[in-house]
Structures are given as C-alpha cells and as structure tokens.
Design a protein around this ligand. Sequence first.
Ligand code: SAM
Ligand code: SF4
Length: 331
Amino acid sequence: MPDSKLVDPFGRRITYLRLSVTDRCDFRCTYCMSEDMVFAPRAQILTLEELYAVADAFISLGVKRIRVTGGEPLVRKGLTGLLAQLGAREELEDLSITTNGSQLSILAADLKAAGVTRLNVSLDSLRAERFAELTRRDKLAQVLEGIETARRAGFRRIKLNSVIQKGRNDDEVLDLVRFAVEHGLDISFIEEMPLGQVSSHEREITFCSSDEVRERIEAGYTLVRSSHTTGGPSRYWQVAGSETQVGFISPHSNNFCGSCNRVRVTAEGKLVLCLGHDGALDLKSLMRRYPGDSDRLRQALVDALQLKPEKHEFRTDEQVQVVRFMSVTGG
Ligand code: SAM
Ligand code: SF4
C-alpha cells in the first residue's frame, strides 16, 4: 500500500498528480478547443513558484508521480526550470509530460536533462492534410521531427496518444500501430470524452469504442494481454514480436474509477478531484491569501480529498456534461 497521506472516503490513496502548467496551446484540436478559444488572463494562471508550491505540497503528502500537462506544457515559458526543480526531488518516482510534440525538436534534450522520465506525445494522424484538419495546424512534419529528436535524446519509452474518431481517423489505427512498432514507441488509444462544447463534429456519431479499435488492430497484429500497469485507467496489450505496448483508455466502456489514484490541478490552480465532475477547490486563492503557508496548503489538500466523488458518469448521448475543456483541466 503506498504511504500517501491523501486518502479519500472510499479508501483510495492519491499517489499521482496531473499538473497543468498552462491553458494555452499552439494547436486547436477540434475535440479539445474551439478555433477562437479564449484563454485565461496571465494573472489568473499559477506562477512557476506557485506551481512548484502545489507540487511540493503533494510530494510531501506522498505523491510519487507527477505528469505535467496543459494546454501545451512546452509553450509555458520557464518550464524547464520548474521541471529541473521537480526532477531533483528524490521522493518522485516518475516525472512525465504530455505534449503535442510541436516543440520537442527544440526542447527534448533540455527535458531529459531536467529529469523528465517519460514523454507522451499526442498523434492522431500520419497524413499531413488530415493532421491539419484535426489540429487546425499544419504541423505534422514538425511533430514527427520532434518525436525523432526525443528518441535520440534517450527517453526510455515514448508513448503516443491517439484519440480515435469514427469517420475521421479510425481508418488509421493500423498505420499508427505500425508507426509505433517501427519506431520502438508505445501507443494508447483514447475514447473521446464529452468535455467542452465542440462545433466540428457530433460526438455520438464519431464515438469509437476501445473494443472497435482493438478489433481493427487485431486485423493486422497479434495482441497479447500485458501485465503492465501504471495504476491508471489504461489497460495494456503487447504487440507480439515487438517491444510496443498498446493501451486503451476507455472512460465510456470501462469504469476505472474504483482504482483511481489521481487528482488534477488546473493552470488556474483549481484542484479537480474527478475529470467527470465539475467540483473544484481554488488553491490559487488560498496561496495568494496566505503566501508561503505550506501547512495550510497541505491541510486544504487533505480536507479536499474527502470530497472526491466515487465515480464519473460520462455518457455518449449528451453533447456536454462537463463544461470544462480538456485543455483547461489538463489532459
Ligand atoms: N497539449 C498536450 C497534448 O495534446 O498532448 C497536452 C494536453 S491534451 C489536453 C492531453 C490529451 O488529452 C491529448 O492526448 C488529447 O488528445 C486528449 N484530449 C483532449 N480533449 C479530449 C477529449 N475531449 N476526449 C479525449 N481526449 C482528449
Ligand atoms: Fe492543444 Fe493538446 Fe488540446 Fe490539442 S489536445 S488543442 S494539442 S491542448
């Protein structure tokens, strides 16, 4: 049993923090943001010092793994300094980043030097035109170059994240797995979640379940159930004869809440206890009212855990249940 002091009423211990460092992004993925997305004023975003204070409070309460996310984390100025501070914390077993990859060709070596252990890179298409449609930015070549630079920088395992949508990129499932196998990468397929209002597509029509994705993969590859686990929502398979692990993140078709070990902090300093619920605690106000009071911050986290919901309730038949976009919550 991990020795986290963060325990919720259902006995779940929190050992994993997703920390969003910005709500801004250089892409506008259609399932994540609108083209004219309005970002929070800078004063409302946690400073680098505040981000470190939050991470420090979680680490001292027993969090062992931190994933830095956004928005696009690599567009946040000064991020590598914050990462180096976190990378120096011996209590942390894992410091990872989820990125769209656009800045990796410039930053991969710095991230490695700062102590980042793992990278997740989002990639929904290998076709330039389609990539531009899905992300509203013509940057596929830049992302592929970024992945290659990160491989050369010596990251142990790099994982691709692909959101698969029917009629939009479901015909690329096998190509994405082949790309992962040929480049020694892992890959996770994500079911689209109803977060934020989107105008580009009807989510009930584009929804593609993990089971359907797996069937498509099994038309070309043998998948062997893997014992690999991150304690998170992914279920893993190994592509036979390769190093590649294939994961499926299935908020709709698989309820993983019982083993949930994580919470999120948004770039605006809101503690989000469950991705599927709107409730959040405002850590920024607390930190700005009582600057430097780390005991108070820690106590607020311990108390907030009493409010963690038992489970999320996503459904595909309603356009929006949770009004926050993923870029706001931190994916
Ligand atoms: N910008 C970075 C990136 O794209 O990897 C990090 C933040 S992004 C919000 C994190 C992950 O959330 C990405 O893999 C993205 O595909 C996924 N995502 C965003 N909106 C989603 C949604 N509505 N349903 C499922 N996944 C979503
Ligand atoms: Fe940006 Fe990531 Fe959202 Fe795409 S998924 S718009 S890259 S934050």
